[in-house]
Unconditional design. Structure first.
Length: 65
């Protein structure tokens, strides 16, 4: 049961990170950025969401143990 919850949570975080990255890339393109700049902004956003999720998971794990 625990493994399934971890896998579902991981999948949810990845989907949210991809959606945030796609939104950031689209907004960058609408703002007039070139494709490489928009891709860079999307990649930074994806990495930020993954980092934030890992930090939050680490904090929750520290609190629960």
């Amino acid at each position: 049961m625990t493994v399934a919850v971890v896998l579902l949570a991981t999948a949810l975080v990845i989907v949210v990170a991809l959606l945030a990255a796609a939104g950031a890339g689209k907004l960058a393109r609408m703002d007039g950025a070139t494709y490489p700049v928009a891709l860079t902004r999307a990649a930074v956003t994806f990495a930020a969401v993954i980092t934030l999720a890992a930090t939050a998971a680490g904090a929750f794990a520290a609190l629960l143990t």
